[in-house]
Design a protein around this ligand. Structure first.
Ligand code: NDP
Length: 450
């Protein structure tokens, strides 16, 4: 049995029968046989169904959001926003998939030569609990629109949401088995990747899980996309608009109770503005309302699992032992972790070197541009960086110096269906969203007419 528990109240919400190996095999067979007909459908047909999925999400956003909140402790207003964002990605691909996958003519010696984008077949998605709907839809919407079939292995603590996602596609009228949620633990993933009928795998989650999945996919010579952790820096230069950047940095770190791969986890402040910035930043973080995730007023909920709150506590404690200072918060009560600010962070401390997956931010001061760039790039992660400056020429000059998958200027790093999303270094490889995302799980077939 796989059990969903409310991390705020501790109550058991639902229990789910785990599929046996034979049942998994049967599900894959059904997915594979559905592929034969699904790949022949027109973009218009797929688009029509995807628009219906978007409508289903919008019409019932509150109901789906409540299940998310109960399962993983996300404040309800943020859960509703997540479900609505899923409708957006469905609409985006319903509208753009056809043009994004149009044949690409290339002039050669041939009478006619072009690249055509064809679906691969059954694609496995291994997904995390932190955005239980969004992580899945940003994979599933483009994958289905490209003509692929999706099978999902969701995180064990959000199986209710996983079933709800399958329901969305069923209610929208997608043919049976286009999208299947497999109720399984992570031990069953290996056999699925090795199954000949499964053509590719995508994983969003920890480096440990990503490395395991990618190794198996590598042995099988199957395509994989990995979206792993991040330790994004928020770099505030001395000419930044301080009031605006403080507001953005608070959101960047503390939304979703800090449990986001693209959250700004390391605050890097120019030494000339550090004190003033930090005074006001601390005041605003102190005012964030913690409480019952079901309460509309709550901004900081609880962490999704107690083990994750314990990990964060260990990272903070170990950093303090190495000389960091807690200037706000730092305490844990079960799954609740106080919004926390840690100053004096540097390389060698867990809050600087590792991904901190909860409401804690580390602060480091820098003297000049060189030092700022070195601090950003010293991370093993490379998902994204936000820089704050009023000097556009300076921003343009410094953007190429960062090794990350994204640079946002005067804005928090965020995902947007229109823009590619993904990292470098141990943050993973491949891209989701935009035309880059939909093309990942296609055969870019070269066609040549002599
Ligand atoms: P995991 O990476 O363990 O879980 C993510 C998904 O991978 C889940 O579906 C999980 O299934 C599955 N999984 C775990 N191990 C394997 C494996 N060996 N083979 C195949 N699938 C696997 O994340 P955690 O929940 O344990 O969180 C740990 C840390 O991961 C966080 O503190 C954070 O640093 C990072 N993380 C990053 C996320 C991101 O958005 N990039 C999202 C979530 C976590 P199951 O639940 O059954 O174990």
């Amino acid at each position: 049995m796989i059990i969903s528990k409310n991390p705020y109240t501790g109550e058991e919400i639902s229990s789910h029968h785990e599929l046996s190996d034979t049942e998994v095999e049967k599900a894959i067979k059904k997915a594979h046989s559905r592929f034969r007909s699904w790949r022949e459908t027109s973009f218009a047909e797929r688009s029509n169904l995807m628009m219906k999925a978007a409508k289903e999400l919008k019409d019932n956003s509150r109901e789906y959001a409540e299940a998310i909140t109960r399962e993983m402790g996300k404040p309800i207003t943020q859960a509703v926003a997540e479900v609505e964002k899923c409708a957006w990605v469905c609409e985006y691909y319903a509208e753009h998939a056809e043009s994004q996958l149009e044949n690409e003519k290339i002039k050669t010696d041939a009478k006619n030569s072009y690249v055509t984008y064809e679906p691969l077949g059954v694609v496995l998605a291994v997904m995390p609990w932190n955005y239980p709907f969004w992580q899945v839809f940003r994979f599933a919407a483009p994958a289905l629109m490209a003509g692929n079939i999706a099978i999902l292995k969701h995180a064990s603590n959000v199986m209710l949401s996983a079933n709800n996602i399958q329901k969305v596609f069923e209610k929208a009228g997608f043919p049976q088995d286009c999208f299947q949620n497999l109720v399984i633990g992570s031990k069953k993933v290996e056999n699925i990747i090795r199954n000949k009928k499964v053509k590719a795998v995508t994983l969003t989650g920890s480096g440990r899980a990503g490395s395991s999945v990618a190794s198996i996919a590598g042995e099988e010579i199957k395509k994989s996309v990995l979206e792993l952790g991040g330790s994004n820096a928020l770099v505030v230069f001395k000419d930044a608009n301080i009031a605006e950047s403080i507001k953005t940095c608070v959101q960047a770190r503390f939304q979703n109770t800090g449990q986001s791969c693209i959250a700004g986890k390391r605050l890097l402040l120019h030494q000339d503005i550090a004190e003033d910035f930090l005074d006001e930043f601390t005041r605003q973080v102190r005012e964030l309302k913690s409480g019952d995730p079901m309460d509309e007023e709550t901004f900081i909920g609880v962490m999704a699992k107690e083990s994750l709150a314990e990990d964060l506590e260990d990272q903070v404690k170990a950093s303090v032992k190495k000389g960091a200072k807690i200037i706000l918060g730092g305490k844990r009560d079960g799954t609740y972790f106080e919004p926390t600010i840690i100053t004096g962070a540097k390389e060698g401390m867990p809050v600087f070197d590792e991904e901190t997956f909860g409401p804690a931010i580390s602060v480091t001061e820098f003297k000049n541009e060189e030092e700022a760039v070195d601090l950003v790039n010293s991370s093993s992660f490379g998902l994204g960086v936000s820089i704050f400056t009023e000097d556009e020429d300076f921003a343009l000059k410094i953007v190429p110096r960062f090794e990350d998958g994204a640079v946002f200027v005067n804005e928090l790093v965020k995902s947007d269906p229109r823009l590619p999303f993904g990292g470098t270094k141990i943050s993973g490889y491949g891209r989701e969203l935009s035309h880059h995302g939909i093309q990942e799980f296609t055969n870019r077939k070269t066609v040549y007419f002599n």
